[in-house]
Design a protein. Structure first.
Length: 194
């Protein structure tokens, strides 16, 4: 499959995520369930009800933002992997900045040392969002200039998204203005890929 077709499929998936966010907003505004409880059948009914209703409601509102960021971050990692694998099997060693490699390896080793199931054996999965921006910037000319319209814009949009990621990743509610900013930043991200 060509890069162009992969990009189209990836954009299609993210556009669907944005549509879901819009439907979630309609569900909340009109207090309706368009999906007939989809995704809630696996909820822990022993412990979950013991949390305050206000916290559960806040969690439900924040879940949609987490899902968007999950998809966004995974898709950016996929873009990076797809683009840099074109340089061969040693792309990680040759194309990733030293500090990013060092931090990713450190995080992976810390996780192994805790005795938990590793999230991955791919060190790219141990990079944080800011480091993804660094990887794209370092490899701009060879790998990303033909995919995105403007290097500074990619850096700025990813910096804004990283700022918005903080409350989502650390269980704090997003203010209404920041929800709007998140959606605008996502639109900017996809516009950069056109």
């Amino acid at each position: 499959m060509s890069k162009h077709h992969q990009d189209i499929i990836r954009n299609f998936g993210m556009a669907n995520m944005l549509t879901e966010v819009g439907l979630d907003k309609i569900e909340r505004e009109y207090n309706i369930d368009l999906r007939k409880g989809a995704g809630q059948e696996d909820r822990d009914e022993k412990y979950y009800p013991q949390f305050e209703a206000a916290i559960r409601n806040e969690a439900a509102q924040m879940a949609q933002h987490y899902e968007i960021f999950y998809c966004l971050e995974k898709s950016i990692r996929g873009i990076i992997r797809d683009r840099l694998q074109e340089f061969g099997e040693n792309w990680w060693e040759e194309k990733i900045p030293e500090q990013v490699k060092t931090e990713a390896k450190k995080r992976h080793e810390e996780e192994l040392g805790r005795g938990v199931t590793p999230r991955s054996y791919d060190l790219l999965d141990y990079t944080n969002f800011g480091e993804l921006n660094t990887i794209i910037n370092k490899n701009w000319d060879e790998s990303f200039s033909d995919m995105f319209s403007n290097r500074d814009a990619v850096r700025n949009v990813m910096t804004m998204l990283n700022t918005l990621r903080g409350p989502i990743a650390h269980c704090s509610p997003l203010a209404e203005d920041e929800v709007t900013r998140l959606h605008m930043s996502l639109r900017d991200w996809f516009r950069l890929m056109e």
